[in-house]
Design a binder for this molecule. Structure first.
Ligand SMILES: Cc1cc2nc3c(=O)[nH]c(=O)nc-3n(C[C@H](O)[C@H](O)[C@H](O)COP(=O)(O)OP(=O)(O)OC[C@H]3O[C@@H](n4cnc5c(N)ncnc54)[C@H](O)[C@@H]3O)c2cc1C
Ligand SMILES: NC(=O)c1ccc[n+]([C@@H]2O[C@H](COP(=O)([O-])OP(=O)(O)OC[C@H]3O[C@@H](n4cnc5c(N)ncnc54)[C@H](OP(=O)(O)O)[C@@H]3O)[C@@H](O)[C@H]2O)c1
Length: 493
């Protein structure tokens, strides 16, 4: 299908929403084709680059049950507005730094093999200097609509004292909403803002009886907020659960009592933590007896802290029209509907979403996805027919379920296949050269295949010796272990 058959308007003006790590990667790739566009604008509600890696100690009130509201900014009393972030004080990465870098900007400064939150933030903010001239910070996108001529109307609101951090519209001169018309909109607002808290029987009564005892992992700040006397239930078995347990156990050692309710196998971590009690899925909370019952019949009393590490719901609060139409991008928040290559909406020409696939390193992928999308926008990559795009989606739904949370999971080696497929489409396009767009090397593919094992060995080494490790080679020489070799998967994911 040619560009003009899919996009009725030539794509000249592009708006990117969000200047976090993925928005920055997309923007840098689009800027390689700068002369072919009339305008490229980025709106970012924060005052700085780096997205969720900007830690703050802002608390978010707990919402029980499904919640798809936009998270409100908080006034820090320093003239700045902050958005609660899922990053916590002592966060480090769960993939080695080599998988957390852009192809056009490699890490140069010495940092840990798994960099700390502030090392990562500095790296992203330095990278983002390259797109600085195109970004309007302190500017929140509040509405995105497709008009009758299929152009996009984007309303932005300044985040200022006058607008109460974009909560209130202000008509004072210099602070009013602005409206932009664009041919294409790229949503790069991230995927980890709205906590998913399952509605277990008895949870609301528990919350009423023991206010403050329940949090979602998004609000976890530090193990210092807990004590050795606590009896903690952590629900979930993925990156957040393991990360929080590691930090609690490192601080409080064996003294702290932790129960981990597990529903399924962990795809994010293979760290094993001694002194942890694994329990099955929850059946109900009994506030009157301060007990929790599990599906395997077990019952635990005296739990005084509960942490839901149960993941996040995707949200696009500014897409009200589309999401209330009969072809919404979001239904429950579990996945995004109607995307080709996990990027391009085939129902709404000109709309795309950045950084959707999970696993495998979002930074290099953002640049590759951005290069692919720019070529699609410019007619340099032809799209298949809408029927074929729809068939691909239906086939995947057939395998995974219609609204499956794992719809965009690209578990290894699907992550490598997907990445290389986009690279191949760029290289076979009528504009094949782009900085940083190369097939994944055997080395990177092998590191991807082994990221969980590498983190486990790193964690074990630091726990045993207390000494820091900076390179993979150094880790392997201190504690020899074998990396499994990478096996390529099918290309069509
Ligand atoms: C706890 C945690 C730990 C993680 N650890 C790792 C890790 O170790 N390695 C890894 O590779 N990934 C990790 N991730 C994944 C993480 O999502 C990526 O590292 C990265 O932040 C993705 O970038 P992003 O730009 O998609 O999203 P974000 O970082 O969330 O950035 C989105 C940006 O969009 C802005 N925005 C949102 N809405 C609007 C609006 N309406 N108008 C204007 N701007 C808006 C936000 O302010 C933000 O700056 C982690 C995620 C979490 C939650
Ligand atoms: N750098 C780090 O160390 C770090 C730390 C935290 C998070 N992260 C990143 O942040 C992102 C989010 O990770 P996350 O761990 O918060 O979310 P996640 O990966 O989506 O995991 C959610 C967990 O909650 C479980 N769950 C969901 N609903 C449940 C229910 N009703 N009952 C029981 N269990 C339920 C899931 O089980 P099912 O699989 O059965 O659904 C899964 O184990 C990931 O990209 C991750 O890599 C990184």
């Amino acid at each position: 299908m040619t560009r003009s058959a899919f996009f009725p308007n030539e794509i000249k003006d592009v708006i990117i929403i969000g200047a976090g790590p993925c928005g920055a990667g997309f923007t840098k790739s689009l800027l390689q084709d700068r002369s072919k566009y009339r305008s490229i604008r980025v709106f970012e509600r924060r005052s700085v680059a780096g997205g969720l890696w900007n830690y703050d100690d802002v608390d978010e009130p707990l919402t029980l049950g499904p919640s798809t509201h936009a998270i409100n900014p908080k006034n820090s009393n320093t003239g700045k507005y902050l958005w609660p972030t899922a990053a916590h004080k002592d966060l480090d990465t769960n993939i080695p730094y080599e998988l957390m870098q852009y192809n056009t900007f490699k890490w140069t400064e010495k940092r840990r093999l798994f960099p700390t939150r502030s090392e990562v933030l500095k790296y992203f903010q330095t990278y983002s200097e390259a797109i600085e001239d195109y970004v309007e910070y302190n500017t929140s996108v509040v509405s995105v609509k497709q008009l009758d001529d299929l152009k996009w109307e984007v309303v932005v609101r300044p985040v200022s004292t006058e607008t109460e951090g974009s909560l209130k519209q202000s008509f004072e001169s210099g602070f009013e909403d602005r409206v932009f018309i664009a041919d294409a909109v790229v949503i790069a607002t991230g995927h980890y803002d709205i906590p998913r808290i399952p509605d277990f029987k008895g949870l609301k009564s528990w919350h009423q009886k023991y206010p403050g005892s329940i949090i979602h992992s998004k609000s976890f700040k530090s193990p210092e907020d807990y004590s050795a006397k606590d009896k903690i239930l952590i629900i979930g078995n993925s990156a957040s659960a393991v990360d929080i347990i590691v930090h609690l156990k490192s601080k409080w050692n064996t003294e702290i009592d932790i129960y981990n309710s597990i529903r399924s196998k962990n795809n994010d971590s293979s760290i094993t933590i001694p002194g942890l009690t694994a329990v099955s899925e929850i059946s109900q909370f009994n506030a009157s007896e301060q007990s929790v019952e599990f599906k395997d019949g077990k019952r635990i009393t005296g739990i005084n802290k509960i942490i839901f590490a149960t993941g996040f719901l995707r949200t696009f609060p500014f897409l009200e029209d589309i999401n209330s139409s009969n072809k919404p991008l979001l239904k429950s928040g579990n996945r995004i509907h109607g995307l080709w290559r996990h990027i391009l909406s085939y129902e709404y020409p000109g709309l795309a979403v950045a950084g959707v696939p999970k696993y495998g390193g979002p930074m290099a992928l953002a640049e590759v996805q951005g290069a692919w999308l720019s070529r699609v926008f410019l007619g340099e990559i032809d799209l298949p027919s809408i029927n074929l795009m729809n068939k691909w989606e239906k086939d995947r739904e057939g395998k995974l379920g219609h609204d499956a949370p794992n719809f965009h999971f690209l578990l290894h080696p699907e992550d490598v296949s997907y990445y290389n497929m986009l690279v191949r489409e760029v290289k076979e396009s009528s504009n094949p050269s782009a900085e940083g767009i190369e097939y994944l090397s055997q080395y990177y593919s092998t590191v991807r295949a082994n990221f969980k094992l590498i983190k486990k060995k790193y964690y074990d080494m630091i726990s045993a010796t207390g000494s820091m490790v900076y390179e993979l080679e150094e880790l392997q020489s201190k504690a020899p272990f074998k990396l499994s070799t990478f096996t390529p998967g099918p290309l069509d994911v």
